[in-house]
Structure formats: structure tokens, C-alpha cells
Design a protein around this ligand. Structure first.
Ligand SMILES: *Cc1c(COP(=O)(O)O)cnc(C)c1O
Length: 471
């Protein structure tokens, strides 16, 4: 959202609570107040303002972490002053970041024989931006060497139409043609043959998505990698794959360790993830790792001072608090491999339990049942009817509204390009959705479906062409 002129607003001042010294005084909303306020009054005003907001634990729309342990929260609040970029003043914080990168590279099966390297970011969007830039610069350097006229056409990036909006930003900011592959109609994932048919000398790389934001489905990275190997055998132009593992990157290593989607595949050169999704850390932290330093062009590396010497960094942003990095390291230390596996598997079980209940209504076709990514995704059946024969007259937007009355946020939205006539609804299960909360959700879901049967007023039309729900 962009914000603008608020001078025409009717109520331009804040009112303080009863009995405070400032009661009745005018505190402007859209201009800096002249006099300072008492700390308590200021805090109270802000807390009141924020009362009327959803409860994040009941928000089943987001992949972002909504719960951390008290110890982690205290650790974060005690480290808010540390600046992540200031490696010289905070060398121990830098060491924690270094450990996180190594832990993550190891989870993604980076080879100890290769010189892998990576960095923390604000989230997956920055991580994807860095990985995309590396692909662009590497492509350009190689194309110039091969004698290609790099100005003849725009470089392009190939990705499934179920991409997250950060890739569209990347392509706009860096002047790259985005070649969207319509999603495979059965699995809602990248159609590998079709993706390969989009490749030319100007392709900087192909992005595979581990856990699309639309349905949580995993692209078939092993098949993509084989196709890329075949291409690379017969071409001078060498294709590379980046994996957008915003949600899957911190999930699959614990739930499907045998699945090959990561650095075990030779053409996967970089992987990004959000620490604040299934990395179980509060927003915003993300990570990107390259399998070897040769995939990260030197032009993109900048030196910052570090203990009298200098240290290479790669980031779009400069200063930010290191507390999220500290929190990520806390999670790694606290849970270990076993702890992460238990948490992620429990989340899957909760998802499947919710899915069974949704299925049992008989009204929905299930697209994703939560047995892989813990995301349940469904649409209303064609001419859906209740068991007593009553036709369903409502749509998923009405169901969304109804759930909202019980405090739950569950979005409905159209599928991407070529399938945008299909509206789906998505329930994202996170670690803090306990069995008890899930039971409460199921009861509310069932009663919403019953309430809608008797509804007289339905408000929403089907929408077409709007974005999917992207976080
Ligand atoms: C959430 C998401 C992103 C963006 O992640 P942020 O950490 O919010 O910047 C990118 N790609 C996919 C597939 C996502 O699910």
C-alpha cells in the first residue's frame, strides 16, 4: 500500500484514555504533535489503536510465523539494537549468521567439496532478488564471452504462472522478460516440457518453486534438472536452476529428506527461503545460498569493514536489526533436527485432520490435502448440494466472510493465468495451530457451512484476474 495526503480526513486527532493528564487535548494524527507525551500515554494510545486487528494465531491466510517462545522473544528484544550489517562492532552476531548459513547449506545438501556461500536477507523477496541478479550477471558475462549480442533482446526468466509476486518485481526492476509457463492443470505445478520449450540463448535461468503460494504444490525439480542436463549437454549456453523454497525450503528437509530438489541436483545453483515461514522465526528474515562461489558474480559482492579488515557482503538493504538472525539461530539450537521434524510433522497431521473434516461435508473438491505442505486447498464442487439435497447458493468468498465472523481468516482467490475462472480457498497450517485450535476451527467451519445454508443475503461475486494470496 502507498500512503498519501490525509488532510481531508474528518477526525484528525487522537483521544487519550479517561483520567490521564492529556484527556481532551488535541494530538494530531497526521502531523507531528508539538509537545512530547508521557511514555505511558503514548503506549496506551498505540495499544488502543491496534486493538481492532485480527488475532494472528487465527490467521490461516499467512505462511508467516505467528508464535515464538518467550525465551526467543526476550532474546530478540535484547538484541534489537544490534545492526546486522555492522560486522565489525558485532562480530559474534556475524558468527551466528555464519553458523545459520552453514546449517541451512547442510540441510540443503550443499557439497563440502564446493565453496558454497550465502547470506541472510529480510525475507524471500530480497533473497530471490539477489539470486535473480546473480543469474542475470552470470548469463551476461557468459553471453558476452560466447559473442552473443546482449542488446538484441531482453534476457528472460522462465517460471510457472503460480509464481509469487516478488518474481514479477524482480523482472520489472531488472528489465527482464518473464516467461510464464501456464500451470499443469492436474498438479498446478511447472509443466517441465513446456518450460523447456521457452528456453533460448537469452534465458538467464529457470525458477522451480518448492511450495507455490497458490496451493502449496511442489514443482518436479528432479524432472526439471534432468531436462536442463539434456539441454546443457548439447548447448554452449548453460542453463541453471534457482529454487524458490520460501515455504518448502525449511519444511521438506524434515518431512521428505529423500526427495531430491536441492543441491543434490547438479543444475540447482541457488536456493532461497523465508526464515519467517517454516523456519519458525518472526518476520523478517530470509536466506539465500549458492552451491559454489562461481555462481555468484564478483561484481555483486561488496566489502564492509570487519575487525580492522574487510568482509564480503551481498545484500540490497544495508542497516537492519540482527534480532531476527539471532532468533533463527535460537530455533536451530533449541529444536535441532529432531525438534524441527516433530514440529513439521505435527503440522502436517493437523492439516490432514482439517482436510478430512472439510472433505466430509461433501461440498468441496480437494486440491491439496496437507499431506505434503500443510496447506489445504479446495474449491466448491460443480453444482454442490448438501446431503439433504439443498443446493449451495453461496461461493467461497461468502464462506470466507462467514469464517471471519468467528475470527478466522481464510482467503478465497482465483487460480493464476489460464485457470483464473477457478476460485479456491486456502488454509495454511502453521506450527502454532495446535490440535485444540484446529478442533475449534473445524467446529466453526461446519457451523458456517450450516449457517450459509439458511442465509438470505449473499454478498460476493466471483472475481477474475485478481492476484492470488501472496504471503
Ligand atoms: C512468501 C513467498 C515469497 C516471498 O517471501 P517473503 O519472505 O514474504 O519476502 C516468495 N516466494 C514464495 C513461493 C513464497 O511463498
Amino acid at each position: 500500500m502507498l500512503y498519501g495526503n490525509k488532510n481531508k480526513e474528518a477526525i484528525k486527532s487522537l483521544s487519550t484514555g479517561y483520567g490521564s493528564r492529556k484527556t481532551g487535548s488535541n494530538i494530531p494524527k497526521y502531523k507531528l504533535n508539538d509537545d512530547p507525551l508521557d511514555a505511558k500515554v503514548a503506549r496506551g494510545l498505540i495499544e488502543n489503536q491496534l486493538l481492532d486487528e485480527g488475532n494472528s494465531r487465527l490467521n490461516l491466510a499467512t505462511f508467516c510465523q505467528t508464535f515464538m517462545e518467550r525465551e526467543a522473544v526476550e532474546l530478540m528484544s535484547n538484541t534489537l539494537d544490534k545492526n546486522a550489517i555492522d560486522k565489525s562492532e558485532y562480530p559474534q552476531t556475524a558468527e551466528l549468521e555464519n553458523r545459520c548459513v552453514n546449517i541451512i547449506a547442510n540441510l540443503w545438501n550443499a557439497s563440502p567439496q564446493e565453496e558454497y556461500l550465502g547470506t541472510s536477507t529480510v525475507g524471500s523477496s530480497e533473497a530471490c532478488m539477489l539470486a535473480g541478479m546473480a543469474m542475470k550477471f552470470r548469463w551476461r558475462n557468459a553471453a558476452v564471452k560466447r559473442g552473443i549480442d546482449i542488446n538484441k533482446q531482453k534476457p528472460n526468466l522462465i517460471i510457472s504462472a503460480a509464481y509469487q509476486v516478488c518474481w514479477e518485481k524482480f523482472c520489472v526492476y531488472w528489465d527482464i522478460e518473464m516467461r510464464q509457463v501456464p500451470i499443469d492443470k492436474e498438479n498446478f505445478t511447472l509443466d517441465v516440457d513446456r518450460a523447456m520449450s521457452y528456453v533460448d540463448e537469452y534465458t538467464i535461468g529457470i525458477v522451480g518453486i518448492m511450495g507455490t503460494t497458490y496451493t502449496g504444490a511442489y514443482d518436479d525439480i528432479e524432472a526439471l534438472d534432468e531436462a536442463v542436463s539434456r539441454y546443457n549437454e548439447s548447448h554452449q549456453h548453460q542453463l541453471v536452476i534457482h529454487i524458490d523454497g520460501a515455504s518448502g525450503g525449511m519444511f521438506v528437509p524434515f518431512t521428505e529428506p529423500e526427495l531430491k530438489w536441492d543441491f543434490r541436483l547438479p543444475n540447482v545453483v541457488s536456493i532461497s527461503t523465508s526464515g519467517h515461514k517454516y523456519g519458525l522465526t518472526y518476520p523478517g528474515v530470509g536466506w539465500v545460498v549458492w552451491r559454489d562461489k562461481k555462481y555468484l558474480p564478483e561484481e555483486l559482492i561488496f566489502e564492509v569493514s570487519y575487525l580492522g579488515g574487510s568482509m564480503p557482503t551481498m545484500a540490497i538493504n544495508f542497516s537492519r536489526s540482527a534480532s531476527q538472525i539471532v532468533a533463527q539461530y535460537y530455533n536451530f539450537l533449541r529444536y535441532g533436527r529432531q525438534g524441527y521434524s516433530q514440529i513439521q510433522k505435527k503440522t502436517q497431521e493437523v492439516a490432514m485432520m482439517i482436510c478430512d473434516a472439510i472433505k466430509a461435508t461433501g461440498l468441496f473438491d480437494i486440491y491439496n490435502d496437507g499431506s505434503r505442505m500443510p496447506i489445504i486447498c479446495y474449491k466448491l464442487k460443480e453444482s454442490a448440494a448438501y446431503q439433504d439435497g439443498t443446493d449451495v447458493k453461496w461461493n467461497l468468498y461468502d464462506l470466507s466472510d462467514r469464517l471471519r465472523m468467528h475470527g478466522w481468516q481464510v482467503p478465497a482467490y482465483p487460480l493464476p493465468k489460464d485457470m483464473s475462472k477457478t476460485t479456491i480457498q486456502r488454509v495454511v497450517c502453521r506450527a502454532d495451530l495446535t490440535y485444540n485450535l484446529a478442533e475449534a476451527f473445524i467446529q466453526d467451519f461446519q457451523s458456517c457451512v450450516e449457517e450459509l445454508k439458511k442465509a438470505h443475503i449473499l454478498c460476493n461475486e466471483e472475481k477474475d484476474g485478481a492476484y492470488g494470496f501472496t504471503h
